[in-house]
Design a protein around this ligand. Sequence first.
Ligand SMILES: NC(=O)c1ccc[n+]([C@@H]2O[C@H](COP(=O)([O-])OP(=O)(O)OC[C@H]3O[C@@H](n4cnc5c(N)ncnc54)[C@H](OP(=O)(O)O)[C@@H]3O)[C@@H](O)[C@H]2O)c1
Length: 297
Amino acid sequence: MTNTDKTVVVLGATGQQGGSVAAALRADGWAVRAIVRDPSGHRARSLSALGVETVRGDLGDPDSLRAAFTGAHGVFSVQPNSGQSGADVTDEDEVRFGAAVAETAGHCGVAHLVYNSAITAGSTTGVDHLDTKNRIEAHVRNLGTAGTIIRPATFMELLVTPATGLDRGHLSFLMRPDQAMQFIAVRDIGRIVAAVFGSPDRYAGRTMEIAGDTLTGNALAEHLTRAAGQKISYSRLPTTPLAQGEVLGKLEALVDDGRLAGSSDLDALRAEFPFLLRFDRWLAGPGAGLLAEALRS
Ligand SMILES: NC(=O)c1ccc[n+]([C@@H]2O[C@H](COP(=O)([O-])OP(=O)(O)OC[C@H]3O[C@@H](n4cnc5c(N)ncnc54)[C@H](OP(=O)(O)O)[C@@H]3O)[C@@H](O)[C@H]2O)c1
């Protein structure tokens, strides 16, 4: 059987990671079925143009999951998270959605489930919107069906959002200027997931931390200065004593103790996934448009 004979159902395909996964699976010849809330929306229509089958469904509607999973070989599971700007979900929603996907995949006889977790999921962090992933991972591990858990590092895309200050020639982020943190391009998450579905014997049962580059704040500034053609400086996001108890302070503490900074073996990952982009290559490629937008925002 070739990939073309098998269907992978992709959640969140109108979003960043699901979109990247759908595109990479199509490029590898899989039949892809995307569960979307609005099949007539422009993002769903872009998926159709890629040859993706779009079916109406909702993570909160198990019947729609069951209908979409029936007959599928694989499912890519990603959920919205309360920590994202504009998200209209609670932490309990996310866990309920993630558990429903895993359980329904099991009931429908799906052969391979890939769950998109987070780099911090190895331990309890005290940040509720990160600890949701630990709870969903437990559901995936308890399944009878084969599962792969991927834990992506922080997205490179987060460094060039209009909110990071680049339009003023400055970047503020979570690490100190001399402190290293790992990042990954969203494009590469899709390519890794496609590789995982392509080699189930190799990846079923594995939990994998994934990243494409390790960068200090100072290195980020150097890369951004070169790519932007103008001086970009760097400083750590300021936290107030009050913020220490709040999410930003907790996130910086998780960078300091290494859990959010990431510790993937990049040489081993690059040997396995040679396409992984370093930040400079990402800035010159998939990130170029985002950087230009952030500079002029
Ligand atoms: N490592 C990092 O740096 C990082 C950064 C950001 C996020 N994350 C994690 O990534 C996850 C989100 O992934 P993402 O950023 O790729 O997503 P995203 O771009 O925010 O898109 C969310 C996707 O979920 C879909 N969705 C939302 N509610 C739904 C529902 N009730 N039923 C069905 N689909 C629904 C949306 O569909 P519609 O088009 O219908 O809205 C959209 O496709 C979160 O769990 C978050 O913790 C990690």
